[in-house]
Design a protein around this ligand. Structure first.
Ligand code: UD1
Length: 360
């Protein structure tokens, strides 16, 4: 079997790591195509080197642009790659513009497409990721769902016959890296200046278009983080830096200390070293949950609803609507004592994905 994986953005590289490792343990041929949607070393290269992913076989270098331009460029560049490779499966990951481009190019060339992390829904039609997920699921031949909830969403859209519960490959990579970090095989993470690993701190990220692309909303969220009573390590995505600059929003003030995005193992170590996480990232919500740190999510909804059980994750779309005391109490709440269970699977999802693809 020959499988072409299409990736382009940071969260896809994290999911690619356990899949590439699972393929490497088999005789199957695995070709990695990087669209180049993310090109900064912090968002791309460090994940290949840090997670031991083989270099991409093909790099399309599409870069940034509006949704149409970015998706269109990737689509046009993928056609000749797929025609040359003629894979048995095209495997697309998650919900970025690179995911959608991979699915559309493949389906139009009559190549079988599998979607990893299928069936997630926020039911927020303003999110670019929601468009990408729905369109990709409906284009794909095989839907590899991470959770029972994702399976229910797919069934509700008439896609049950194409869906398989595979588990979540992020568990594979997160728990493996956690064990290595706890065993002391990784150096301490580079926290932003002013944040001491020996004192309590919160770890924060903010990059979703819904949060960064309006001056009012970005100002309100940054104010809320800056006013917290403990140091906040803000690992700033380039989109956040670009928008803060454009709108004249100062990030480094009050409790806020700004640092660069971290490589994966450092991120896991930084979560483990923190007292909690404040974020709008999907992946980080789940990593906080898997690593046993309380998470506060700066969004009105989450695709990972399992994290909300037992107050491990709390949705706070408008911190400014709370009193400063209420907001601080939520963001700094201690880790719950409730059991988390294993709603995301057993950490062997990648192997399962490879064998499902081979069987079909
Ligand atoms: C993309 C995904 C989002 C995912 C996120 C993870 C889409 C629609 N969104 O959002 O689902 O959570 O990746 O990080 O695909 N930029 C750089 N260097 C880079 C990449 C981007 O400076 O290497 C800046 C540019 O200003 C660019 C902006 O970030 O315009 C946005 O990048 P883009 O890839 O369009 O979306 P993300 O916000 O990264």
């Amino acid at each position: 079997m020959k499988v072409v994986s299409v990736v382009g953005a940071r969260p896809q590289l994290i999911k690619l790591a356990p899949i590439a490792a699972a393929f490497a343990r088999t005789e199957h041929e695995h070709v990695i195509v990087h669209t180049g949607q993310h090109y900064d070393a912090d968002l791309s290269d460090v994940f290949f080197s840090g997670l031991g992913i083989p270099d991409p076989d093909v790099h399309l270098g599409i870069g940034s642009g509006s949704h149409g331009v970015q998706t269109g460029k990737a689509l046009a560049a993928l056609d000749p790659v797929f025609m040359a490779e003629k894979p048995d499966w095209v495997l697309v990951y998650g919900d970025t513009n690179s995911t959608l481009a991979g699915a559309v190019s493949a389906v139009k060339l009559h190549l079988p497409v599998a979607h990893l992390e299928a069936g997630l829904r926020s039911f927020n039609r303003r999110m670019p990721e929601e468009h990408n997920r729905i369109l990709t699921d409906h284009a794909a031949d095989l839907l590899l769902a991470p959770t029972e909830e994702a399976m229910r969403h797919l069934a509700a859209e008439g896609l049950a016959e194409r869906s398989v519960l595979a588990g979540d490959v992020m568990v594979d990579v997160c728990l493996g890296v956690r064990d290595a970090v706890l065993a002391g095989t990784h150096p301490a993470p580079a926290l932003p200046e002013g944040v001491s690993p020996d004192e309590p701190y919160l770890l924060a990220t903010l990059h979703r278009a819904e949060n960064t692309d309006s001056p009012e909303r970005l100002t309100a969220l940054v104010d809320a983080l800056a006013n917290l009573p403990v140091p906040v390590a803000l690992l700033a995505h380039p989109r956040l830096l670009a928008k803060a600059e454009e709108y004249g929003v100062k990030l480094a003030r009050g409790a806020l200390h700004v640092g660069r995005p971290l490589p994966y193992a450092s991120m896991v170590a930084a979560v483990l070293g923190s007292t909690g996480v404040v974020t709008d990232s999907g992946g980080l919500q789940k990593e906080a949950y898997l690593l046993g740190r309380p998470c506060t999510t700066l969004r009105p909804e989450t695709e990972w609803i399992e994290t909300l059980v037992g107050d491990w994750n709390r949705l706070v779309p408008e911190p400014a609507a709370l009193t400063p005391g209420e907001w601080a109490d939520i963001a700094t709440r201690p880790a719950p004592t409730t059991e988390r269970g294993t709603p995301y699977g057993d950490g062997r999802a990648a192997e399962r994905v490879v064998s499902i693809l081979a069987q079909r």
